[in-house]
Structure formats: C-alpha cells, structure tokens
Design a protein around this ligand. Structure first.
Ligand SMILES: N=c1c2ncn([C@@H]3O[C@H](COP(=O)(O)OP(=O)(O)OP(=O)(O)O)[C@@H](O)[C@H]3O)c2ncn1[C@@H]1O[C@H](COP(=O)(O)O)[C@@H](O)[C@H]1O
Length: 114
C-alpha cells in the first residue's frame, strides 16, 4: 500500500475526481473512465443506478464487505456522472454545506406547508 492509500480520508475523492476529469477524451481502449464517458450521460446514469442497487442488495443481506465494495463503485460512478454532466464537485459540497444544521424533518415539514 502506498503512503497515499494508508488510512485514506475523503481527500481520496478529490484525487479520484481529478483523475476522472483528466480521462476525458483519452483513449477508451486504455481507460474504462474514457470509455464510459464516451458512451454519454445515459450510460453513466445507468451504471450509477446499477451500482446503487447492488449496494442496497448487499445492505439488505447484511453483507458489510459488500456494502464497502459497492459503495466504492457508487462513488466512482457518481463522480463519472458529474464529469459527464460538467457538474463541479464544489457545487455539490456547497449544497451539502447549505443543508448543514437543517433537520431533514423540519425541511420536509416546510415543503408540505408551501
Ligand atoms: N475507482 C475506479 C473504479 N471503480 C470501479 N471501476 C470499474 O467500473 C466497472 C464496473 O463494473 P461492471 O462489472 O459493471 O463493468 P462492465 O460490466 O465492464 O460495464 P458495462 O459493460 O456495463 O459498461 C469495472 O470495470 C471496474 O473496474 C473503476 N474504474 C476506475 N476507477 C478509478 O479510476 C481511475 C482511472 O481508471 P481508468 O479510466 O480505467 O484508467 C483508476 O485509477 C481508479 O482510481
């Protein structure tokens, strides 16, 4: 294991996002990411959905190792979808930050009133 992968934290996501963006327009025979991006948004969306379902199936089977592995697939395919749609990760982080401190229950109640 390299020093970069020992006890990795969320910064691995930033590195992965950068790798994915760097694969845009490269040789699809040498990069799964380039191949997937070349197939367009619908294919990227389909793959994300498949990996999300596989994560849910692992969870329903109480398969913790499966949830870890499938979650990594979900995160990778989510980042590929963002790249396919030109979504800047910081926009998503900004949305999460905007929601910080707002209870999901209070947010749902405010939607029902409007
Ligand atoms: N994190 C990942 C990652 N996670 C999953 N996958 C690939 O995602 C694919 C999903 O599995 P499937 O069995 O559904 O794939 P498949 O049946 O070939 O897919 P389809 O035929 O349905 O399109 C597998 O080929 C996995 O290898 C990933 N491929 C790449 N990365 C990262 O992306 C970087 C760049 O990879 P390349 O673009 O291949 O150079 C790598 O260094 C990794 O860091």
């Amino acid at each position: 294991m390299s020093s970069q992968t020992e006890n990795p934290g969320p910064e691995v996501l930033a590195r992965l996002a950068a790798s994915i963006v760097a694969r845009r327009g490269t040789d699809p025979s040498e990069s799964y990411t380039a191949k997937l991006l070349g197939k367009g948004v619908e294919k990227c969306a389909q793959k994300l959905g498949e990996e999300a379902v596989e994560t849910a199936i692992s969870a329903a089977s109480r398969d913790k190792a499966g949830v870890v592995s499938e979650s990594a697939d979900v995160l990778y395919h989510l980042l590929v979808l963002w790249a396919a749609m030109d979504v800047d990760p910081s926009d998503v982080y900004g949305e999460l930050a905007r929601r910080e401190g707002v209870s999901g229950i209070a947010e749902k109640a405010s939607r029902k009133q409007s």
